[in-house]
Ligand binder design. Structure first.
Ligand SMILES: Cc1cc2nc3c(=O)[nH]c(=O)nc-3n(C[C@H](O)[C@H](O)[C@H](O)COP(=O)(O)OP(=O)(O)OC[C@H]3O[C@@H](n4cnc5c(N)ncnc54)[C@H](O)[C@@H]3O)c2cc1C
Length: 420
């Protein structure tokens, strides 16, 4: 087996992996850095997101997904970072050996001074939902349909019902309408959307596509191909369908936009602690996981709605990986950060004591609130507060703390709330 050595090995060449590799190289230009990507091209999921709306925060302008990715790919070209395409990582060991396979090199091992995990996430499928009914053709995840339309030039169907109002489903409702299909309904089981508000307006409202909250799919009808889908209202408390509310929609396609799962098989197999809420690694403010020298960023860590936040997070992780690989690892004590009172999770879940400057804590709420105040406490002392007119589960929130005030475990919770 071919064995190579790199100071920093980055697994995944999407926006997270690219920003992490560039940041590692910029922090310590003398280090050797490699990106390992299973696809034939860099850019990750952005390559199929041909709509605009990317980069408003990071570049201060509106770009399409491929344009956003290309800015990083161009920088990678002249950076001295080695890129292994068409190369699938099979294993990460606790000793930071990255085992991968490719047609070009066969089985190869990379012994790395530090590793950055940037494998993104995958979509939940019909199997994860247990929808009753027959098993005809015409049931796709929204991201799969997006790839077919935007990259392969194929239409998945003509009359479409979408289950779930996550961002991918909303974007595909608009895309399929523009390509000549009829989107008969977007059904959402929750009383609110898990997508960005701007996508509800620009994708559904602007195109006259109906959205029903508290509704789910209860049956798929059709032998060879989907012929109709039954939708029922659910009890908002139990989420169970209410008998007698069923409505059947004639359609040939059902798209599922019901959540993303971080790709953490490598992470778990390496024995790294996983947060049961985010399904990503437990990390500190540098995005270091419970395994020293292994960092995580982007959708593999927690599902992001904006790629701009992915790039910021990956920059932190890449810089910290370079510092670790060049022997500047921090050894101070860490304290826990916990979401309470309506806050489902925080990233990071741990912070170091004795830091200088500011630290951003990202979090998601578990319900829609209009308005709410997010409060960070260290013991009984309030160390940061942020009031917002609206907080919803679909939008990731951020609160900045003065790191010098961290002298014990932290909680992030909502106060003065008004659930809506
Ligand atoms: C449909 C859709 C629409 C979106 N719309 C917007 C928008 O309008 N605006 C916005 O800002 N953001 C949007 N986003 C979010 C943004 O695209 C993501 O947050 C971002 O792409 C995540 O980057 P990532 O690098 O973590 O993951 P990815 O882009 O998924 O990249 C992960 C990479 O890792 C590789 N990989 C995984 N496992 C392995 C392995 N074992 N070995 C080697 N390589 C591996 C994958 O092939 C992939 O290339 C959208 C996302 C989707 C899916």
């Amino acid at each position: 087996m071919l064995v190579k050595k790199y100071d920093v090995a980055v697994i995944g060449g999407g926006p997270a992996g690219l920003a992490a590799a560039l940041s590692a190289k910029e922090r310590e230009p003398g280090l050797t850095v490699a990106v390992i990507e299973r696809d034939k091209a860099l850019g990750g999921i952005l390559q199929q997101c041909i709509h605009n709306g990317f980069g408003l925060h990071y570049f201060g302008e509106e770009l399409t997904g491929p344009e956003y990715a290309n800015r990083f790919i161009e920088r990678i070209k002249g950076s001295g970072v080695d890129v292994y395409l068409d190369t699938m990582v099979l294993e990460l060991t606790p000793e930071r050996r990255v085992v991968c396979v490719s047609a070009a090199n066969g089985l190869m091992a990379i012994d790395a001074g530090a590793v950055v995990l940037a494998m993104g996430c995958r979509e939940r499928t019909r199997g994860a939902l247990n929808i009753p009914g027959t098993r005809p053709a015409g049931v796709y995840t929204a991201g799969c349909a997006q790839r077919l339309v935007n990259m392969e030039g194929l239409m998945p169907g003509k009359k479409v019902l979408i289950l779930g109002s996550g961002d991918i489903g909303l974007i595909m409702a608009r895309r399929l309408t523009w390509e000549g299909a009829k989107v008969v309904l977007v059904a959402e089981i929750m009383p609110y959307s898990s997508g960005l508000n701007r996508n509800i307006v620009q994708c559904l409202v602007d195109n006259g596509i109906p959205l029903k909250f508290n509704h789910t799919v209860t049956n798929i009808i059709g032998k060879e191909r989907v012929e109709a889908v039954t939708v029922a209202e659910v009890d908002p408390r139990t989420r169970l369908p209410i008998t007698g509310t069923e409505q059947t929609y004639e359609c040939d396609t059902l798209l599922l936009s019901v959540g993303l799962l971080p790709e953490n098989e490598l992470t778990s197999a390496a024995g790294i602690d996983i947060d049961p809420v985010t399904n990503g690694a437990v990390v500190d403010e540098t995005r270091q996981t419970s395994l020293a020298g292994v960092f995580a960023c982007g959708n593999v860590l927690h599902v992001h709605d904006l790629v701009d936040n992915v790039s910021d997070e990956a920059t932190l992780a890449g810089r910290a990986a370079a510092e670790y690989a060049s022997g500047q690892a921090s050894r101070q004590q860490t304290y826990a950060v916990k979401g309470v009172n309506g806050v489902r999770y925080t990233v990071p879940q741990r912070v170091h004591a004795g830091l200088d400057g500011k630290t951003d804590i990202y979090f998601r709420v578990g319900n829609a609130y209009r308005p709410a105040t997010a409060v960070v406490r260290c013991g009984d002392t309030v160390i940061a507060k942020r009031r917002k007119q609206i907080m919803t589960p679909g939008e990731m929130e951020k609160i900045t703390i003065d790191a010098a005030l961290v002298t014990g475990d932290l909680t992030v919770g909502l106060e003065e709330v008004n659930p809506s």
